[in-house]
Design a protein. Structure first.
Length: 78
Protein backbone atom coordinates (compact mmCIF):
# COMPACT_ATOMS: atom_id res chain seq x y z
CA UNK A 1 0.00 0.00 0.00
CA UNK A 2 1.15 3.48 -0.71
CA UNK A 3 2.59 5.18 2.32
CA UNK A 4 0.53 8.37 2.14
CA UNK A 5 -2.80 6.88 1.04
CA UNK A 6 -4.13 6.56 4.58
CA UNK A 7 -3.25 10.13 5.59
CA UNK A 8 -6.14 12.54 6.01
CA UNK A 9 -7.26 14.26 2.82
CA UNK A 10 -7.98 17.42 4.78
CA UNK A 11 -5.27 19.09 6.81
CA UNK A 12 -7.44 20.12 9.75
CA UNK A 13 -10.10 17.45 9.97
CA UNK A 14 -13.33 18.49 11.62
CA UNK A 15 -14.81 18.55 15.11
CA UNK A 16 -17.15 15.80 16.22
CA UNK A 17 -20.14 17.54 17.83
CA UNK A 18 -20.61 14.84 20.45
CA UNK A 19 -17.05 14.43 21.71
CA UNK A 20 -15.46 17.68 20.52
CA UNK A 21 -12.46 15.72 19.27
CA UNK A 22 -10.82 16.31 15.96
CA UNK A 23 -11.34 13.40 13.58
CA UNK A 24 -9.47 13.05 10.30
CA UNK A 25 -12.41 12.28 8.00
CA UNK A 26 -11.66 10.67 4.62
CA UNK A 27 -8.23 9.34 3.79
CA UNK A 28 -6.53 10.61 0.65
CA UNK A 29 -7.22 7.25 -0.99
CA UNK A 30 -10.94 7.40 -0.14
CA UNK A 31 -11.20 11.02 -1.30
CA UNK A 32 -9.40 10.40 -4.61
CA UNK A 33 -11.52 7.28 -5.23
CA UNK A 34 -14.70 9.27 -4.60
CA UNK A 35 -13.61 11.94 -7.06
CA UNK A 36 -12.74 9.31 -9.68
CA UNK A 37 -16.10 7.63 -9.09
CA UNK A 38 -17.88 10.94 -9.58
CA UNK A 39 -16.16 11.36 -12.94
CA UNK A 40 -16.91 7.82 -14.06
CA UNK A 41 -20.57 8.11 -13.04
CA UNK A 42 -20.93 11.32 -15.03
CA UNK A 43 -20.01 9.44 -18.22
CA UNK A 44 -23.07 7.55 -19.49
CA UNK A 45 -20.88 5.77 -22.06
CA UNK A 46 -19.01 3.98 -19.26
CA UNK A 47 -22.28 2.80 -17.73
CA UNK A 48 -23.65 1.58 -21.09
CA UNK A 49 -20.54 -0.49 -21.86
CA UNK A 50 -20.60 -2.25 -18.50
CA UNK A 51 -24.37 -2.60 -18.10
CA UNK A 52 -24.66 -5.61 -15.80
CA UNK A 53 -21.44 -5.06 -13.90
CA UNK A 54 -21.37 -1.24 -13.97
CA UNK A 55 -21.52 -0.87 -10.20
CA UNK A 56 -18.63 -3.23 -9.53
CA UNK A 57 -16.61 -1.95 -12.50
CA UNK A 58 -16.95 1.69 -11.46
CA UNK A 59 -16.05 0.93 -7.83
CA UNK A 60 -13.01 -1.12 -8.85
CA UNK A 61 -11.74 1.43 -11.36
CA UNK A 62 -12.29 4.33 -8.98
CA UNK A 63 -9.93 2.66 -6.52
CA UNK A 64 -7.44 1.85 -9.29
CA UNK A 65 -7.42 5.51 -10.33
CA UNK A 66 -6.93 6.67 -6.74
CA UNK A 67 -4.02 4.28 -6.27
CA UNK A 68 -2.45 5.37 -9.57
CA UNK A 69 -2.65 9.02 -8.52
CA UNK A 70 -1.16 8.31 -5.09
CA UNK A 71 1.62 6.28 -6.72
CA UNK A 72 2.43 9.09 -9.13
CA UNK A 73 2.42 11.70 -6.36
CA UNK A 74 4.76 9.52 -4.32
CA UNK A 75 7.17 9.20 -7.27
CA UNK A 76 7.25 12.97 -7.71
CA UNK A 77 8.09 13.51 -4.04
CA UNK A 78 11.34 11.56 -4.44
Amino acid sequence: MLKNGNESAFAYGFANEQSHQEVPGLSKREYFAAMAMQGLLSNSHVIQIHQKSAIDWIAEHSILQADALLDQLEKEEK
